[in-house]
Design a protein around this ligand. Structure first.
Ligand code: TMP
Length: 395
């Protein structure tokens, strides 16, 4: 790689490392610096955090916590199960990073092999009857899987491939386990979405890369695969669902359409990211200003959703309990803990936003529709949401 740095997001903790007060002294921090690889056009961190520090038995993020994501994976599964107008119940699936089973629960356990490095979730899907390897995805692991279960029709991964530092090994492993006409389907936040939304909070330890279609195709192709289709999704603030097959497969028009759009945005050009970094610094100043103003006016401000994204924001902007009183989150194993790095308390929502709260920073801005519906009372009584996407403002 020939990486050139364009952004420094400072000292950051493990984004999903929610912790108890007694653990503060042992908290791990690293320098979050982001660069552009001139060779493949990949946006990637300058140095990667060792994966077992993030993906272990304490991993907190649960895919099935939001209705949006449960519906999203249900719909996709139904779409894949219908072939030429008929239901195909025999497709052999493998999921990389199966988390709490939010995708595979839509499939029969007899056709699924799951791979999940976080033991808490691997145990959970095993208990539901799914064969689950509690391992990181590597070429070595695929040799075992191939012997025991054979090659697969579909290899799926959602919000997982961008977590893996070594993409060449990842894609080689996929190519070796895919049937000749098999398809590798994966979705991750898109670089176009991040640039358009100025959502620099997509960058944290678990996201060593933010993908463009251009960069992905470059890396897939040198590992025996190529992109055949791209679907643009709204989830996670703008994601791409990539359909890749073995080299020489048919390619549809969405691939070139996405590449053309990305070239217009300048995603293959280092200077675009230098401009992006300038906007990120401006966003930090604006967010601090708005929160300080609320505090000076005596307003009560909390945050909604203890997201990994908000770990980047709070640590980069140095926003702590003096500016955000607490964070609400529906995930049981985040509740009662402190946010990583800035140590803001996380509490359960208990049926909605407390009546005395004036402003709510949207840590989970990507679920704005679901949240506005759920918190209609807050909105009706004149409560204001604060977001930094695409610019810092009250909603
Ligand atoms: P994500 O943005 O990384 O998917 O994380 C979303 C977090 O926000 C997750 O911890 C669950 C939480 N959340 C709530 O607390 N309330 C909600 O209404 C929604 C949609 C999410």
């Amino acid at each position: 790689m020939n990486k050139k740095q364009f952004l420094d997001l400072g000292k950051q903790p493990i984004a999903n490392g929610f912790l108890h007060k007694e653990e503060i002294n042992n908290e791990f921090f690293f320098n979050l610096k982001v660069g552009f690889d001139e060779e493949t056009k990949l946006v990637t961190q300058m140095e990667y955090v060792d994966p077992p520090l993030m993906f272990n038995e304490n991993y907190a993020y649960r895919g099935s916590m939001s209705e949006t994501m449960r519906t999203h994976f249900r719909k996709l599964s139904h779409q894949l199960q219908i072939e030429n107008g008929h239901r195909n119940p025999n497709l052999e699936i493998l999921e990389i990073g199966s988390n709490d089973g939010v995708f595979i629960k839509n499939w029969s356990p007899k056709n699924v092999v799951a791979v999940e490095p976080c033991k808490n979730f691997a145990d959970e899907t095993r208990a539901l009857g799914y064969t689950t390897y509690n391992k990181f995805w590597t070429t070595i692991l695929t040799e075992t899987i191939k012997k025991q279960h054979g090659k697969r029709d579909i290899i799926f991964a959602a919000n997982c491939i961008c977590h893996i530092p070594d993409l060449d090994d990842t894609f080689t492993a996929v190519a070796s386990l895919l049937k000749e006409d098999g398809v590798f389907i994966f979705e991750d936040p898109s670089l176009a979405g991040m640039i358009n939304n100025n959502s620099y909070d997509q960058i944290y330890d678990e996201h060593p890369h933010i993908f463009s279609v251009i960069a992905l195709d470059n890396i897939l192709q040198r590992n025996g695969l190529q992109i055949c289709r791209v679907e643009n999704l709204l989830v996670h603030g703008g994601s791409n669902r990539i359909f890749a097959k073995k080299l020489g497969s048919e390619i549809d028009e969405t691939v070139e359409q996405n590449k053309v759009y990305e070239r217009i945005l300048g995603l293959d050009n280092f200077e675009t990211f230098v401009r992006f970094a300038k906007k990120v610094r401006q966003s930090r100043e604006d967010l601090i200003r708005i929160l300080v103003r609320c505090k000076n006016e005596g307003k009560r401000v909390i945050s909604y959703g203890a997201t990994s994204k908000s770990t980047t924001i709070f640590n980069y902007c140095e926003i702590g309990p003096d500016l955000i009183e607490y964070i609400t989150d529906t995930t049981p194993n985040k509740q009662g803990k402190l946010s990583p790095g800035m140590h803001i308390s996380i509490i359960p929502p208990n049926g909605g936003i407390d009546d005395s709260i004036d402003c709510v920073y949207l840590g989970a801005w990507n679920f704005i529709e679901e949240i506005s519906k759920k918190e209609k009372d807050f909105v009706d009584r004149g409560g204001k949401f604060i977001t930094h996407v695409p610019i810092v403002k009250f909603i």
